[in-house]
Design a binder for this molecule. Structure first.
Ligand SMILES: [Zn+2]
Length: 1140
């Protein structure tokens, strides 16, 4: 590099310090004069300074040190001098200064106003003709370093008019590599600004850059790299991307990529290959770009190049970017269903005036709701280029959560009852314990007279204890177990009903293959023999389970599809395995491999079978009996498979049914598979999932139940599946189903299973199933646990829309005697009110509730003590219809019942209306419960935790109302979760939150807190996945742990009781230390909630933004600093890096 100082080299090392300061002093003096009259002097001084700087790091430090005015003096000279040689000297000085010492020295230069001076110099110099090449070289070299450090560089350059100077310089020097490089580097910085990008594009810079890109060559790779980076930045502009498509640059880029792929055999230039892909990625953000990519055979090119890269780990960035581009360009497919509305229709008594259900009913029948009419989110119509400086916008990222309730009036208790007192009188009959005087000996509240609560349309509901089967349409006495044929989809328990099935008239008792076969023979096997079904004897292990009773219960369960079959797992029962089920470790590259298999569908279309093997939309499901396909079924309680399509020999796409009276909520699944081959790996893809992410990406496995295992003595659900992952797929989701947003896709949850047994019937579920019939069976078996000390009542609270009864339980201790004292104690016990399973897909809530109920009925002294302390009112299943019909979220009304608590409708939400009525009644007689808790399941977080309500903690999060800190609030809402965190291994205090969100204002927790006045009002969330702390750390959760949680909840209530005795509280307050926790929690910042489709509670840090792989959003440049610290947020390749 040319440098004038070389002509003056002299050793001055001894005179350093004083020399440079002296020289700077002289320079400053010169600046003070109006004109640098003596060019010779300034040349001389600057060249001497340059020399010192070149030879002594000390000097460089001196000039750029804090408090030094050296930089100002130098810049001032640059600004005032007209002498070319002096300018060159100074530019060399600056270049020397910033070429070492990292970004700090550039920062000093920028902070002293260097950018403006340098840009001004560029303008001035450009007016001379021809401009000094040396000066332009020096100037661009230094601008290239300054630019990235100055956030306003792009705007400053544009306003100064510097863009065109650099561009015309480029145009004239395409062959002059020395000058080309710094010019391109500066251009790269300009292009990062979106407005600049548009303007540069209009000036032909895209075309210009393409002139620089040539075939593979080992020469000038740094020029090529900068060119490609600049191009990629320009192509983020849609106008530029269109320009590139019009000039047919897409095939050019693909050809260049292939050229480098072929020739860079030793992978020395991965960065260049990645940069080419970066350009393609940005062009394909527009529809035209994707079209051009497909027409240029881009899929095949990127697929084959990526496949060739698979074995080399360092090429991962290429594979990942290629995969991203291919997914983006993969033509959107139509979900193969006629409509996304539920297959089953249930006519509501009346349609709500507004909301999603009203919309659904208003939609004309012939409207295609599966895809939008023009289903490619794009932009071809108008140039939507925004003229704002979005890169440089100093966006104050809102750290505050918009969803937090800040209106104090909405946080303060609301006392006025919405129902008149006389209306609430109807609930008196559910509280006989308050009037019972126990004077008649041996009055056990056993004979349960049916209590009838009038509902809008309901005929008298019957008590559970009474035979409620009398008026059922089915004569189900002929229950039998049938089997269609060996290894067939039959072999399930069927409630034989002639008119419905039109099948065999005589009751048949079938069985699976008589003998167990564990061999690995893949051949499809046949045996026509029918034998007696061996029902596993689980009576000792499952005291609440009884297969025959279960069948009886099923007969009384009313489903919309009028199910006549029973799934084996519900019939046999589930004995929790004794082995540990670890959270599955994420295997490197699984997601990528699955996506590549999906892409192969397009590359090798002839391999795709596309054979429909199960379809609820058809009157009769296709009969597949060629031994080549699996058989599917889910026409039993809580089942919800809509369609199964065999894609390849061992791969199936599965579609879940929507919740009834809705067109979405696909998450829960429960279905049966048979006709499998032993030893082959089957891939299952549930292709219409909607959530952006899932615990299936973090080690959660699906549940499988093998009937062969069951009859050989292991009736149980086990966590199963390998190669599990969850990602956005190429099936488009219409705006009707996506809250009005266009261009959305569904997500695929994929898992792979290898079956162990021939002629098996296996079931898969999202989580441990727990049907309504199971609940009824458990409740009936609970009766058997009654002792004379236990007061147990089972009432029917009301009837659901679907005609099923909603059970209500009352559990407490019988008074110890009929003395006045004892009766008085009995009547004054505080109430604990518990509810569960408002969300059908959260089956874990039912298992926790089972644990609670069993504990409450147990003979242990602790349980007795607990019963003596409280009266428990329990609605164990708030949404029976949803559970029965395989819904994930809603009731038959197509609404989330946990959003109806403010104004529940007696016709549409009877269980909520009457549960709230019970609470309102208690409030009206001054018996507000001490504790209310609603059991839920959480699909995105680990552990068990609680949400509660606190005015103070809510307002702290908002900083809106500092005065709120003066508010007096009883801290005891924290006590119960705190006790639980010490008692229950799965419970995590750190995950608890006591913030009231606007979006939750109509949930049970918030309404019971605010309207009923229950201070300790909670939602208890149990993970669907597993724990990452405590004794169960690293394990997936099972029914044993869930039931234990329900029991621990009871023990915590007992401790709560003891703590509330003043004597004991004083002794234990240190151990709870609620106040200290509270202070710590003030430091916690809640993550901001985004629009979450179906989450009950705030979004969680663990959530990974998969939009980086999305088809619609432009991908932000990867910024290592923004990579979440949470390992779960990393991509496969990042994880691999971290591990290595
Ligand atoms: Zn829930």
């Amino acid at each position: 590099m040319f440098c004038p100082s070389l002509f003056h080299s002299r050793c001055l090392s001894q005179e350093l310090n004083s020399r440079v300061l002296m020289l700077l002093g002289q320079l400053e003096k010169l600046n003070g004069e109006a004109v640098l009259s003596d060019a010779e002097v300034s040349r001389h001084i600057t060249s001497k300074i340059l020399h010192l700087i070149q030879t002594q790091e000390k000097t460089r430090k001196e000039i750029t040190a804090k408090g030094s005015s050296g930089m100002e003096v130098i810049l001032a000279s640059l600004e005032s001098t007209r002498d070319l040689q002096t300018i060159l000297n100074i530019l060399c000085i600056l270049n020397e200064l910033v070429s070492v010492g990292g970004g700090r020295r550039v920062g000093v230069l920028v902070s002293k106003g260097g950018t403006a001076i340098l840009l001004q110099l560029l303008i001035t110099t450009s007016k001379e003709w021809p401009p000094s090449e040396e000066l332009m070289l020096q100037l661009h070299t230094i601008l290239a370093k300054v630019g990235p450090k100055d956030r306003k560089f792009g705007i400053k350059a544009r306003i100064n008019g510097a863009l065109n100077i650099t561009v015309s310089l480029l145009k004239q020097n395409l062959q002059n590599h020395k000058l080309l490089l710094p010019c391109l580097q500066v251009l790269r910085v300009y292009s990062a600004n979106s407005v600049n990008a548009v303007s540069l594009g209009k000036n032909g810079v895209v075309e210009l850059l393409f002139k620089i890109i040539g075939p593979y060559s080992k020469k000038n790779t740094s020029i090529l790299k900068v060119t490609l980076d600049t191009l990629a930045a320009l192509l983020k502009s849609k106008a530029n991307a269109r320009r590139a498509v019009d000039r047919t640059y897409v095939p050019t880029l693909l050809a260049v990529y292939q050229d480098w792929h072929r020739n860079d055999t030793r992978h020395r230039h991965v960065h260049i290959r990645k940069a080419i892909l970066g350009c393609i990625r940005n062009i394909t953000n527009i529809k035209l770009g994707r079209k051009a990519f497909l027409e240029a055979d881009g899929m095949r090119i990127l697929y084959s190049t990526s496949t060739e890269c698979l074995s080399v780990r360092t090429l991962d960035p290429l594979i990942n970017t290629s995969s991203l581009i291919m997914r983006k360009c993969f033509p959107k497919n139509r979900l193969p269903v006629p409509t996304i509305r539920s297959v089953f229709h249930y006519q509501l008594p009346h349609i709500p005036a507004e909301g999603p259900v009203a919309q659904l009913y208003r939609q004309p029948p012939d409207v295609d709701d599966v895809v939008d009419e023009s289903d490619d989110n794009d932009d071809t119509e108008a140039d939507t280029e925004n003229d704002t400086e979005n890169e440089e916008d100093e966006k104050n990222h809102k750290t505050q959560n918009d969803d937090i309730e800040t209106d104090i009036s909405k946080l303060r208790p609301k006392e006025n009852l919405t129902r008149p007192l006389e209306d609430l009188k109807m609930y008196e009959c559910f509280f006989p314990e308050l009037s019972e005087n126990f004077q008649t000996p041996a009055v056990l509240p056993k004979s349960l007279a049916p209590i009838v609560v009038p509902t809008a349309h309901a005929p008298s509901p019957l008590s559970l204890a009474q035979g409620e089967l009398t008026d059922l349409p089915l004569d189900l006495d002929s229950i039998c177990i049938s089997k269609d044929g060996p290894g067939g989809a039959g072999g399930r328990v069927a409630l034989e009903e002639d008119t419905l099935n039109g099948q065999s008239q005589s009751p048949v008792v079938g069985s699976l293959q008589g003998e167990l076969e564990h061999d690995d023979d893949c051949s499809s096997h046949s045996s026509g023999e029918l034998g007696v079904l061996e029902v596993p004897d689980t009576a000792a292990l499952l005291p609440l389970h009884d297969p025959e009773l279960y069948i009886d219960m099923v007969k009384g369960t009313k489903s919309v599809p009028q199910y006549t079959e029973v799934a084996y797992p519900d019939y046999f029962g589930h004995v929790a395995p004794t082995f540990r089920e670890h959270i599955l470790e994420r295997v490197y590259g699984v997601q990528r491999a699955k996506i590549f298999q999906d892409i192969e569908r397009m590359i090798h279309p002839n391999d795709i079978l596309d054979k429909v093997v199960y379809d609820l939309d058809l009157k009769r499901s296709p009969v597949i009996d060629d031994g080549e396909s699996l058989k599917f079924n889910s026409q039993f309680e809580s089942g919800n498979l809509r369609k199964a399509v065999q894609v390849r020999k061992f791969e199936y796409d599965l579609i879940l049914n929507s919740d009834i009276n809705s067109n979405h909520y696909h998450q829960w699944f429960y279905f049966e598979v048979s006709g499998m081959r032993v030893g082959s790996s089957y891939r299952f893809n549930i292709i219409n999932c909607e959530k952006v992410n899932s615990q299936f990406n973090y080690g959660m496995q699906v549940l499988m139940y093998s009937v062969q295992e069951a009859i050989s003595g292991h009736p149980r659900w086990v966590r199963t599946g390998t190669e599990i992952c969850y990602y956005k797929n190429h099936f488009s989701r219409s705006s009707i189903a996506a809250g009005g947003q266009k261009g959305k896709s569904y997500y695929t949850m994929t898992f792979t299973v290898t079956f162990q047994y021939r002629d098996d019937v296996c079931y898969f579920a999202y989580h441990y199933p727990y049907t309504y019939s199971t609940l009824k069976m458990h409740l009936q078996k609970l009766e058997a646990l009654r002792t004379p000390q236990i007061y147990l009542r089972q009432d029917v609270l009301c009837e659901t829309l679907g005609g099923n009864s909603c059970p209500l339980l009352t559990i407490t201790a019988m008074p110890q005697s009929s003395s006045n004292d004892q009766i008085c104690q009995f009547k004054n016990r505080p109430y604990v009110f518990l509810t569960a399973r408002v969300h059908p897909g959260e089956t874990n809530a039912s298992w926790v509730m089972k644990g609670t109920l069993e504990f409450l009925m147990s003979p242990s002294p602790m349980a007795q003590s607990l019963r003596e302390s409280y009266v428990f009112k329990i609605v164990p299943m708030l949404n029976p219809d949803g559970v029965i019909n395989g819904n994930h979220r809603c009731s038959l009304s197509g609404e989330d019942l946990n959003r109806q608590w403010q104004r529940p409708s007696p016709d549409l939400h009877p269980t909520i209306f009457h549960t709230k009525g019970l609470l309102q009644y208690l409030s009206s007689i001054q018996r507000v419960p001490l504790v209310y808790c609603d059991y839920h399941g959480h699909s995105r977080k680990k552990n068990v935790f609680m949400y509660g309500c606190s005015i103070k903690e809510t307002l702290w999060q908002t900083n809106v109302n500092a005065a709120a800190c003066d508010l007096q609030e009883d801290l005891s809402y924290r006590t119960l979760p705190k006790i639980l965190s010490q008692l229950a291994p799965a419970f995590s205090m750190a995950s608890c939150s006591f913030v009231v969100e606007k979006s939750k204002e109509s949930t049970a927790r918030v309404v019971v807190w605010r309207e009923i006045g229950v201070q300790k009002s909670y939602t208890m969330e149990s993970t669907l996945c597993g724990c990452d702390q405590g004794k169960y750390k690293g394990l997936q959760i099972g029914t044993r742990e869930l039931e234990e949680m329900g029991a621990q909840f009871c023990i915590a209530l007992l401790r709560l009781k003891r703590l509330s005795s003043p004597l004991e509280f004083r002794n234990s307050s240190h151990f709870l230390d609620v106040e200290n926790d509270l202070i710590e929690s003030r430091c916690k910042v809640t993550s901001s909630t985004t629009y979450v489709l179906d989450e009950d509670e705030p979004s969680f840090m663990e959530e990974v933004d998969y939009s980086a792989e999305s088809n619609d959003e432009p991908e932000p440049d990867p910024d290592p600093q923004e990579t979440p610290a949470d390992e779960d947020g990393l991509s496969d390749s990042e994880l691999a890096l971290r591990r290595s």
